[in-house]
Ligand binder design. Structure first.
Ligand SMILES: [Zn+2]
Length: 307
């Protein structure tokens, strides 16, 4: 399996916090970002598999949408134990967004990976569409196997310094992640790509999520056809989101952001944006990744379905 890696620019956490805060203030009535000691993220409302997100932070972009669209390639099955070795961090704690293994779940599904290889702790979830009534179903996912694609933050899972971000009352039209990602690109430019991973909670306000139904039997040829195929749901807080993003793709065929969320009330999926801007409140913790690994990039790629 081909693995390509690249060192990304690693600015100080203080500099990134300043960029996040300025970017968010253009889009939210209230926003702050500062460097703090990571709280114990195993606790509610985060429920992570390790207490921190620090120690050798790196992103992994595995497989890709071309394994799903236009038609599924069922041979694409991955495992976090293997990915951990491929990214030179064999005990890695992974969080982020990907596709669950259809051979384990029985159908195509969204995966919220939250697994610490070193301690054998798996707190992942998966979401699927109930074929009977079209409702969203969220369940624990107890395997390290996954399928097709994924975007992950990997770290040693330790406590340490992180960027705490809070934003409330959305006044612009960008989502929380897009705001921070575009602010990074504007500040650091094309020459200095920056990679971020972490977890945030939507504490108040509703959010629009999607869940993939089972694989399409007809080829999906455009973003519109993908949007027609996906099932969208309005979900209630609190939603725990697992998020990775890069300021831009420096030619590695990267997905620039990907966020999945889970909850303790049966809702979860792929985060698009909040839908009650006056009510929304976000709180999150992020680290700057030192490297980005591109694992098993599809040989034939395209840009459909990356939103
Ligand atoms: Zn997704």
């Amino acid at each position: 399996m081909e693995v390509v890696s690249r060192d990304f620019h690693v600015p100080s956490l203080d500099e990134v916090a300043g960029v996040f805060e300025a970017g968010l203030r253009a889009n939210f009535a209230t926003a702050t970002a500062s460097v703090v000691d990571c709280p114990d993220l195993t606790q509610a409302p985060f429920h992570l598999a390790s207490e921190g997100i620090c120690g050798s932070p790196r992103l992994a972009d595995v497989g890709g949408v071309p394994n799903l669209v236009p038609l599924v390639n069922r041979d694409k099955v991955y495992n976090f134990v293997d990915v951990a070795k491929q990214i030179d961090l064999p005990g890695a704690f992974f969080l982020g967004a990907g596709a669950g293994s259809s051979r384990l779940a029985g159908v195509n599904c969204e995966m919220m990976p939250n697994t610490h290889i070193a301690t054998h702790t798996i707190k992942s979830y998966f979401a699927k569409v109930d074929p009977e009534d079209g409702s969203m179903v969220l369940n624990p996912y107890s395997s390290n196997e996954f399928g097709l694609l994924g975007n992950f933050l990997a770290s040693e899972g330790r406590p340490g310094k992180v960027i705490k971000v809070e934003a409330e009352t959305r006044t612009g039209d960008k989502n929380f992640v897009t705001c921070m990602r575009e602010a990074l690109h504007a500040h650091f430019g094309d020459a200095m790509p920056v990679a971020i991973g972490g977890s945030f909670v939507i504490e108040a306000g509703n959010a629009k999520l999607h869940v993939m139904p089972d694989f399409s039997k007809t080829p999906l040829q455009s973003d519109d056809e993908v949007a027609q195929w996906l099932k969208f749901y309005e979900c209630q807080p609190p939603l725990t989101c697992l998020s990775v993003f890069v300021s831009h793709d420096p030619g590695m065929d990267l997905r620039v952001d990907h966020t999945h969320c889970f909850s303790q009330h049966g809702q979860g999926g792929h985060y698009h944006y909040d839908v009650t801007p006056k009510a929304v409140k976000y709180t999150g913790y992020f680290v700057v990744a030192e490297k980005v690994f591109r694992v098993d990039a599809p040989k034939e790629t395209h840009t459909i379905g990356r939103d």
